[in-house]
Design a protein around this ligand. Structure first.
Ligand SMILES: C[S@@+](CC[C@H](N)C(=O)[O-])C[C@H]1O[C@@H](n2cnc3c(N)ncnc32)[C@H](O)[C@@H]1O
Length: 297
């Protein structure tokens, strides 16, 4: 498998072997990578099948620009867009359907590690958290400033599954007058209500909840799930890697409904998860769940 790993080893595509084994790449002419990121999965796919044409989509302009610069030797067409617009994107490509679809949800290591993007609790960042920071959409800092305590509580509860949602939301709002909204302030609030041993998990949960709300991530996924089957060719495979229980539930339910309608064969009765070995060298893979379906027809 080593010869198909991406050049930049700092970026490790999650569950790459499982993806390549299950996408039926050799029979794929057209591959829709809806979350291109830094192109790790797509690069490996084109190394396995150099006749494969990749439609690479990402909401993040920096990711698209990186791929433009580094993958101009590949058979790839780039779209700065959301995967939820699969219908419009294929229309632009003058294509009816594709043979394989991949969504690798969440955010890339690059986004997490870049302090300017404000995704991480580790640095003193202004809380931007937009995947598409070239747009005028609302940032996480604006959400904190504009939403009331109840609205923030709901986000922390639903998307972060956080027990102290109300207290954290209230304390954040209480501190708004004296403080700039940045990651340090959120971390201080969490420290004031959470015992030391639970803090790291709480940071992750609250930051994840803010990111999901900022980017309307569940709406994009729901829209995609409601239509992707129309754009997959018969026998074509769809793979979705998710990192959050709500996302995994949405995928599971959608695949089940499509199966009941006789449109999708479910390849994974239970989701695949990364091997212990992968988790040992890429800890960010640890919450990944992969579901695979095949279009019947
Ligand atoms: C986990 S990374 C993908 C990494 C990629 N598979 C690789 O190997 O380089 C997720 C990417 O999805 C993008 N993304 C998130 N939501 C999106 C959406 N609705 N449409 C398109 N891209 C999205 C993020 O900007 C990020 O670059």
């Amino acid at each position: 498998m080593n010869n198909i790993l991406p050049i930049d080893m700092n970026h490790l595509p999650v569950m790459l072997e499982e993806t390549l084994e299950n996408l039926n790449i050799n029979q794929s002419k057209n591959f829709f990578d809806g979350t291109l990121g830094f192109g790790g999965h797509s690069e490996a796919v084109t190394k396995m099948n150099n006749e494969c044409f990749v439609i690479g989509v990402d909401r993040d302009l920096e990711a698209i620009n990186f791929c433009k610069k580094n993958f101009n030797h590949l058979n790839i067409s780039l779209h700065h867009d959301s995967y939820e617009n699969i219908d419009l994107i294929l229309n632009r490509e003058k294509m009816k359907d594709v043979n394989a679809i991949l969504l690798d949800l969440g955010l890339s290591s690059y986004q997490l590690d870049n302090p300017i993007r404000g995704f991480s609790y580790r640095d003193k960042n202004t809380l931007d958290m937009r995947f598409d920071n070239s747009s005028h959409s609302i940032t996480a800092a604006e959400i904190i400033s504009n939403y009331n305590i109840d609205e923030l509580t709901t986000i922390f509860k639903e998307f972060g599954e956080e027990r102290h949602s109300y207290l954290i939301a209230k304390k954040i709002k209480d501190r708004l007058d004296e403080n700039e909204i940045n990651s340090e302030m959120i971390v201080e609030v969490i420290n004031s209500v959470t015992p030391f041993k639970y803090r790291k998990k709480t940071y992750s949960r609250i930051f994840q909840a803010l990111r999901i709300e900022t980017n309307h991530e569940l709406e994009h996924l729901k829209n995609f799930l409601s239509k992707f089957i129309n754009y997959l060719s018969p026998g074509g495979r769809v793979i979705i890697i998710s990192y959050h229980s709500i996302e995994d539930r949405l995928v599971k339910r959608s695949f089940k409904e499509l199966h009941q309608d006789g449109k999708l064969k479910i390849i994974t009765k239970k989701p695949l998860i990364p091997s212990e070995n992968e988790i040992s060298y890429n800890s960010r893979s640890r919450s990944a769940k992969m579901r695979i379906g095949e279009k019947i027809g």
